[in-house]
Every structure is written in C-alpha cells, then in structure tokens.
Ligand binder design. Structure first.
Ligand code: HEC
Ligand code: HEC
Ligand code: HEC
Ligand code: HEC
Ligand code: HEC
Length: 166
C-alpha cells in the first residue's frame, strides 16, 4: 500500500519534472530589433499594415524593411533600436525576424479562413500582442491540437482529422 503511494508520487514528480524540463529546452525566441507593438498600434496602424497577407492568404507575413522605412528613413526617436532599421536597409537586407508561432508540417492552417470568413479576432489566438512593448520570447497562447478542437466544437467547425492534417 505505502509502497504503491511512494511509487505513484515518484512517477508524478518524474512526469511533471520532464514536462517542465522540456519546456525550458524549447529555445527562447530573440528578435533582431526590440520592436514595440503598443507604440505602433497607438500610431493608428492596423495589424494588416505589417502582416499584409493576413486577410487573403493562409499565412500572415512578417514586415519587410521597406514597410518600416516608410516612416523610419528619417529618425523618429533617439532609440538605437530604431537606428538598426536604417542599418538593415543600408545593407540591402531583409530584417531576419524569427517566427514565434509555427505549426508542424502535417498541419494545415489558414488565416483567411479564420480572420475573413469566421471573423475570429487576432487576440483570441495570439493573446495581448497589440499591448506588447517588447517582442515576446515565447508564444502568448499555447496553440495545441486540443485548443483548436475546443473552438471547432464550440463553433461547429470541422473536427475531421483530414480537415487539419493533409
Ligand atoms: C506609420 C509609420 C511607422 C511605421 C510603418 C513603422 N514605425 Fe516605428 N515608429 C513610428 C513612430 C511615429 C515612432 C515613435 C513613437 C513614439 O515615440 O511614441 C516609432 C518608433 C519606433 C522605434 C523606437 C521604439 C521605442 O521603443 O522607442 C522602433 C525600434 C521602431 N519604431 C521600429 C519599427 C520597425 C522595425 C518597423 C517595421 C516593422 C516600424 N517601426 C514601422 C512610426 C512607424
Ligand atoms: C508596424 C508594424 C506592425 C504592426 C502594425 C503589427 N505588427 Fe505584429 N509584428 C511586427 C513585427 C516586427 C514582429 C516581429 C517582432 C515581434 O515579435 O515584436 C511582429 C510579430 C507578431 C506576431 C508573432 C508572429 C510570429 O512570428 O509567429 C504576432 C502574432 C503579431 N505580430 C500580431 C500582431 C497583431 C495582432 C497586430 C495588430 C493588433 C500587429 N501584430 C500589428 C510588426 C507589426
Ligand atoms: C484561429 C486562430 C488565429 C487567428 C484568428 C489569427 N491567427 Fe495568426 N497564427 C495562427 C496560427 C495557428 C499560426 C501558425 C501558422 C503556421 O505555422 O502555419 C499563426 C501565425 C501568425 C503569424 C506568423 C507569420 C505568418 O506568416 O503566418 C503572424 C504574423 C500572425 N499569425 C498574425 C496574425 C494577425 C495579425 C491576426 C489577426 C488579423 C491573426 N494572426 C489571427 C492562428 C491565428
Ligand atoms: C476561436 C475559434 C477557432 C480556433 C482557435 C481555431 N479555429 Fe479553425 N475554424 C474556426 C471556424 C469557426 C471555422 C469555420 C470557418 C468557415 O465557416 O469556413 C474554422 C475552420 C477551419 C478549417 C477549415 C475546415 C474545413 O471545413 O475545411 C481548418 C483547416 C481549420 N479551421 C484549422 C484550424 C487549426 C489547425 C487550428 C489550431 C491551430 C484552428 N483551426 C483553430 C474556428 C477556430
Ligand atoms: C482543428 C484542427 C485539428 C483536427 C480536426 C485534428 N488535429 Fe491533430 N493536430 C492539430 C494540431 C494543431 C497539431 C499540432 C499540435 C502541436 O504541435 O502541439 C496536431 C497534432 C496531431 C498529431 C501529432 C501529435 C503530437 O504530439 O505531435 C497527431 C498524431 C494528430 N494530430 C492526430 C489527429 C487525429 C487522428 C485527428 C482526428 C481524430 C486529428 N488529429 C484532428 C490539429 C488538428
């Protein structure tokens, strides 16, 4: 009896420890520029000004240096982070933004379907990105399969394996 309890407790510790350890091994995302979403949303910019494919395509897209340079060809602030925008532009390089959210290759996802057809808010799937003052190093929302399914059940969207797995 006691032995069973001890083995049970040890098993729980091993599993919980393993999960926490695996999460820590997932590398933190570091962005090339300390971009501030909140300041830019306060300028009246729409999400699609920078994530330009989000309404029409499967993917949303990350901003090109040309998009940033529309306002930053001349300095707006004394921030050295802002200066980096002009340095990337001078080198003729794109800004190497890192992806925060990425589905495994076997999953199909479409922004158009969710944003334009189903009218789901960005915040429902991405959390408080509009209020972020620094780039998040980890996803604000854990987009697991059970998370997708919970909304599909609620909204009576497809729960067929082949709807999401091609
Ligand atoms: C429509 C114009 C506009 C566009 C497009 C734009 N910015 Fe800005 N940005 C501003 C303005 C205005 C400020 C100053 C805001 C303030 O100080 O409140 C600013 C400030 C900044 C700063 C300094 C932020 C800080 O924390 O003080 C950085 C860095 C920056 N922008 C990067 C970018 C990058 C990278 C892009 C492209 C992805 C971009 N901006 C696109 C207008 C723009
Ligand atoms: C001025 C340009 C600009 C605007 C406007 C903007 N973003 Fe972004 N967004 C960026 C940049 C640059 C990054 C990458 C750096 C970061 O994470 O801050 C990014 C990253 C993201 C990501 C993470 C993407 C990934 O790699 O998986 C999400 C989600 C996002 N933005 C949502 C939004 C939403 C929602 C809005 C509107 C409320 C918005 N953004 C408006 C420039 C912008
Ligand atoms: C129903 C959930 C959902 C909604 C609503 C949603 N997204 Fe996403 N977003 C995702 C998923 C899932 C991914 C990862 C897609 C992949 O890897 O194929 C993603 C990825 C992204 C990315 C990474 C870059 C790229 O090219 O895809 C950006 C940027 C982004 N979303 C911005 C937005 C913005 C802005 C909105 C609102 C206009 C929005 N998303 C609405 C679920 C959503
Ligand atoms: C907040 C709610 C919500 C979330 C979260 C969500 N979806 Fe959806 N999804 C919908 C709705 C509503 C539809 C039906 C849209 C329509 O009417 O065409 C849909 C449709 C779809 C379709 C098209 C299905 C078909 O019948 O062909 C796919 C594929 C899909 N979603 C994948 C995903 C994946 C993958 C995730 C998780 C990464 C996800 N969805 C998360 C609400 C959601
Ligand atoms: C609404 C979309 C959706 C539907 C429907 C769906 N899945 Fe998934 N599935 C996902 C997403 C998203 C992931 C990736 C989750 C992650 O990386 O955390 C996934 C991951 C998986 C994986 C890999 C598991 C892993 O841990 O990596 C398997 C296997 C799987 N799904 C099987 C199925 C089967 C079988 C069905 C039908 C009974 C199904 N899925 C229905 C969205 C869906």
């Amino acid at each position: 009896m006691l032995r069973g309890v001890v083995i049970g407790v040890v098993a729980v510790i091993v599993v919980v420890g393993g999960v926490l350890f695996a999460q820590r091994l997932e590398p933190a995302v570091r962005q090339p520029i300390q971009f501030n979403h909140a300041k830019h949303i306060a300028q009246g910019l729409e999400c699609a000004a920078c994530h330009q494919y989000v309404k029409e395509q499967t993917f949303a897209g990350l901003p090109t240096v040309e998009t940033c340079m529309m306002c930053h060809s001349a300095p707006q602030t004394k921030s050295p982070e802002e200066e980096k925008v002009r340095q990337f532009a001078e080198k003729g390089q794109g800004i190497p933004w890192q992806r925060l959210y990425r589905m495994p290759g076997h999953v199909f996802f479409s922004h158009r379907r969710h944003v334009s057809v189903a009218k789901v808010e960005c915040q429902t799937c991405h959390g408080a990105m509009a209020q972020a003052t620094t780039p998040p190093s980890r996803p604000l929302v854990n987009q697991s399969m059970s998370w997708c399914l919970a909304c599909h059940e609620k909204r009576q969207a497809s729960v067929d394996c082949v709807a999401c797995h091609k």
